[in-house]
Design a protein around this ligand. Structure first.
Ligand SMILES: *[C@@H]1O[C@H](CO)[C@@H](O)[C@H](O)[C@H]1NC(C)=O
Ligand SMILES: *[C@@H]1O[C@H](CO)[C@@H](O)[C@H](O)[C@H]1NC(C)=O
Ligand SMILES: *[C@@H]1O[C@H](CO)[C@@H](O)[C@H](O)[C@H]1NC(C)=O
Ligand SMILES: *[C@@H]1O[C@H](CO)[C@H](O)[C@H](O)[C@@H]1NC(C)=O
Length: 266
């Protein structure tokens, strides 16, 4: 699978060192957050922790849970799609106030410090639940879609297409109404088209992870990642869970045609 030496080296470097966090980037995030937006981030692998018991066939990251599939330079990912039902987020049992989480599909962000992605943020704060649909070509900031009201139970299809390494589209479709939001990117920093993923993310604000909402369960179905020659599902994917300071917050699993992420935190 890791046929490309270049990609293997990048992948290994990420495993060992993580992706560096620049204080400038974090400062930008604070500004964005205060402006009501956020930025999804690359996957941050965390080192094995012998004190943590969990599934032996998953990797832990600080911020992503879900499934990641990898390809090679000769067969770059061209698109990834997935459908999920919007959950109702809850505050965790040991915390009150604003808690958030994001569900999205994307290309890159694991082994490549760019991401083409689209998804929905879920935020709970007391009795108030808000949903924010967005698209992003990391490292540029996230952009929110307006005029696409979301409520719990909506079935959303998220799709990104890389029409080249530097251009593509991000699309969200409301399967209940058929409403469709789409954004076309061009002239972006080049993707590697190396990883494709279905993710539930704890994003950061002000240099800290946002308090993670209890999102119940997010299941991606009707999914696929395409190269020019084939479409694959998550069978054989790298399965990842969020672990922060020794606490495991998610339990991700895959079948041949679905990715399920359950909240298992406090
Ligand atoms: C909730 O529990 C988690 C895991 O034990 C812990 O890391 C976190 O600090 C707790 N939050 C509060 C507000 O106590
Ligand atoms: C999806 O469509 C349903 C039915 O028309 C509507 O109630 C819901 O608000 C829509 N959601 C979005 C995201 O447009
Ligand atoms: C882990 O705990 C330290 C000390 O409380 C805190 O500064 C840090 O943000 C925590 N990391 C995560 C990922 O929650
Ligand atoms: C996920 O992983 C790391 C950050 O710690 C990357 O640099 C991204 O910033 C992302 N998470 C964070 C910490 O923001």
């Amino acid at each position: 699978m890791l046929a490309s030496t270049l990609f293997f080296q990048v992948f290994a470097a990420v495993l060992v060192a993580g992706i560096p966090t620049s204080s400038e980037r974090l400062a930008q995030r604070v500004a964005r957050r205060s402006a009501g937006t956020h930025q999804s981030q690359p996957m941050q692998v965390v080192a094995p922790d012998a004190a943590v018991s969990g599934a032996s066939d998953v990797d832990y990251t600080a911020n992503w849970s879900g499934a990641v599939v990898y390809t090679t330079t000769d067969a770059p990912w061209l698109s990834v799609t997935g459908q999920f039902t919007v959950p109702t987020p809850h505050e965790p049992t040991n915390g009150t106030g604003r808690h958030s989480v994001s569900a999205w599909v994307g290309i890159d962000g694991s082994g490549c410090d760019k991401i083409l992605q689209t998804g929905v943020d879920f935020t709970v704060n007391g009795d108030t639940v808000t949903y924010t649909p967005w698209y992003e070509w990391y490292p540029a900031s996230e952009q929110d879609w307006t005029g696409f009201p979301i409520k719990a139970g909506d079935v959303i299809t998220a799709t990104v297409v890389a029409t080249s390494a530097t251009s593509g589209t991000a699309t969200l479709i409301n399967e209940s109404s058929g409403q469709r939001m789409s954004h076309t990117f061009s002239g972006q920093p080049a993707l590697c088209q190396y990883s494709a993923e279905w993710v539930v993310e704890d994003f950061t604000s002000g240099g800290k992870y946002v308090p993670l909402a209890n999102f119940g369960t997010v299941t991606f179905t009707n999914l696929g990642a395409e190269t020019a020659d084939s479409t694959v599902g998550p069978a054989g994917a790298r399965v990842i869970d969020i672990r922060q300071n020794g606490t495991v917050y998610t339990s991700a699993s895959v079948t041949s045609d679905s990715v399920t992420v359950k909240y298992v935190g406090p």
